[in-house]
Design a protein around this ligand. Sequence first.
Ligand code: ZN
Length: 245
Amino acid sequence: MPRLHHSSFPLSRRALLAALVAVPVHASIRVGGARFRVVQRGSSTRRYIHIHGNEATAREILIEHMRTASGVAFLVEGNDRYVPANSGKLDPNRMFSRVGAEQNLRRLNPGWSRAQVERILDGLDRDLPRLLRRLLPPDGGLLMSLHNNSEGYSIRDETGISDRVSLKEPDRPHEFFLCTDPLDFERLAASPYNVVLQQKAPPDDDGSLSRLCALRGVRYVNLECGLGRAAEQRERLAWAESHLS
Ligand SMILES: [Zn+2]
């Protein structure tokens, strides 16, 4: 935060408050081996997250967005998809349930003993509530997540397990919204972009943030774009920001 200088023209109370509100507040929060930079700007029920460190376009677009948007953003530190878990690793988008985190730890660290896995899971159980208290928006608020995909993953992987699908850009399967709230779906379906609704948590507990939000009835919108497609991600984020309440 910049130092406020005394001058011969003292700031009015209103101007002082406006100056303070315009300055992003930085801090960080740790969950297991994952650390998130927290950027707070203004006062709003909007929350944002960038959770996979290797998805550089999403990070760039979210940082840029927070120069003007109001809300709290959580940006994972590091440039890897996985975060450290003692001597091993964990996909941070699988840490939102004990079942999902356990499956992921066993898959990524095949040589681990039961005790090694349990130790990480116990640490997550301790740390997660603190993150969720700040990350999940207050009632009616919206959590937006930004991801990038490469050739493999696209909307085609989601249509079969979604409640509703709006495919405005069938030739752009890598660019799409995934949301948990039917009203957000209605609004996004009026956009020129692709969107799927997954209102019910999938029966398979993968420990993802989207599943947790579906389970808890939290409004969640994930914006997926191909890695490197900054203009596309910027355009869709701006559309969602101005059309979702
Ligand atoms: Zn991702």
